[in-house]
Design a protein around this ligand. Structure first.
Ligand code: C5J
Length: 220
C-alpha cells in the first residue's frame, strides 16, 4: 500500500491497481488559435500545468503503471457533436470551422493532438471523447474494469470542466480519485481554486487533492 499525504486525508492505493488519467492536454486548449481561445479565454494560464504533468507522466512510466490520455474532439462530419454544443454562445470560430491548427476540435486535425510535452508513448491508451466527461460515449469504463483499476490519479485541463466532470463520474463508479494540484489548470485561477476545494470538501466528497511532491515522496 502506498500512502500519499493528501487533502482532506491520506490517499492510499495499491500499486497494482492504480492508473493515471491525463485529461485533454491538447493544442486546442493550450495553444493560441484553438478551441479554448475561440471561446474568449486567455490560454497562457494553461502553461503552468505542462511541466508538472510531464513529471507526473514520467513518474507513472518509471513505475510501469498504466497511463490513459483523453482528447475532447468530434468526428469530421460532426455526427457526435450535438447542435446544443456547437451552437452555444458566440465563439470566434465554432467546432468544425477551419482555424490556424485545422478544423476546431475535430479528430485528426493538428489542434486535437496532445501537446508534444505530454504526448502518449507506445502502449498508452488514448480515449477520444465527444463530451466533457471521459465516460460518456467512450469505452473508458469497460477498459478500466478490464485492467482491474481501483484508484485513479488525475491531471489535465481544464480543472472545473473536463477534469472535474470525469472525476465526479469516476467517483460515482467507485474509484478513489486523486487530483494532482499543479498538474491541472483553468483559464480562471479562481475556478481552479474553487474546484480543488469542492473536490476535497465534506470529507472528500469527490476525492482527494495533493501536490505532486506528496505523490513523488510516497512512491520513492
Ligand atoms: C472544455 C475541457 N473546457 N477539456 N474542455 O471545454 O475542459
Amino acid at each position: 500500500m502506498i500512502s500519499v499525504k493528501a487533502a482532506p486525508f491520506s490517499f492510499d492505493f495499491e500499486p497494482s491497481d492504480v492508473a493515471l488519467i491525463v485529461i485533454d492536454m491538447q493544442r486546442d486548449f493550450i495553444e493560441p488559435g484553438g478551441f479554448g481561445e475561440t471561446l474568449g479565454n486567455d490560454v497562457s494560464h494553461m502553461q503552468r500545468s505542462i511541466a508538472p504533468t510531464k513529471d507526473l507522466l514520467a513518474l507513472f512510466r518509471a513505475q510501469s503503471w498504466p497511463v490513459i490520455h483523453t482528447r475532447e474532439c468530434h468526428l469530421p462530419d460532426l455526427s457526435d457533436c450535438p447542435p446544443a454544443k456547437r451552437d452555444r454562445g458566440a465563439p470566434s470560430l465554432r467546432i468544425g470551422d477551419p482555424g490556424p491548427m485545422g478544423r476546431i476540435l475535430i479528430k485528426g486535425e493538428p489542434g486535437a493532438e496532445i501537446i508534444a510535452d505530454c504526448a502518449p508513448v507506445d502502449g498508452e491508451l488514448v480515449i477520444d471523447k465527444p463530451g466533457k466527461g471521459a465516460f460518456y460515449a467512450t469505452g473508458l469504463g469497460e477498459r478500466l474494469e478490464k485492467l482491474g483499476i481501483k484508484s485513479l490519479v488525475f491531471a489535465g485541463v481544464t480543472t472545473e470542466v473536463c477534469v472535474q466532470s470525469t472525476m465526479r463520474e469516476a467517483n460515482d463508479r467507485g474509484y478513489n480519485c486523486l487530483l494532482i494540484e499543479e498538474a491541472t489548470e483553468s483559464y480562471f485561477p479562481h475556478f481552479k481554486t474553487a474546484a480543488l476545494e469542492m473536490i476535497r470538501a465534506q470529507g472528500g466528497i469527490v476525492g482527494w487533492t495533493a501536490p505532486l511532491d506528496a505523490l513523488k515522496n510516497a512512491v520513492q
